[in-house]
Write a protein that binds this ligand. Structure first.
Ligand SMILES: [Zn+2]
Length: 98
């Protein structure tokens, strides 16, 4: 087993960007369920359709984050989230009243 010091700590910058946009995307769907499970389903679905973005250095992370902030990219991510919300809304994993 590699020690913690040897294990590279990577974070998917795309995941951070999607999490930041989730509430904005949900704002367009007042009827969508906002429970933790549905939110997780939406994020998972959206991320499955988007390329993962990893950086090997802090500088690389900043460059990726700047790119992900571009208006055109943000619109693309909101589109992926919107699609995911529609799918989860159409077949939620639980009853609304539960
Ligand atoms: Zn729910």
């Amino acid at each position: 087993m590699p020690s913690d010091a040897q294990r590279p700590r990577l974070s998917n910058r795309m995941e951070q960007a999607i999490l930041r946009l989730l509430d904005q995307a949900l704002g367009y769907h007042p009827d969508a369920c906002r429970c933790p499970r549905c939110r997780r389903d939406v994020v998972a679905l959206a991320l499955s359709r988007l390329p993962a973005r990893y950086a090997g250095s802090p500088t690389g992370e900043v460059l990726i984050d700047v790119e992900l902030q571009r208006v055109q990219v943000q619109a693309e991510l909101l589109g992926a989230l919107d699609q995911a919300i529609r799918i989860v809304k159409a077949r939620p994993h639980h009853h609304r009243s539960a």
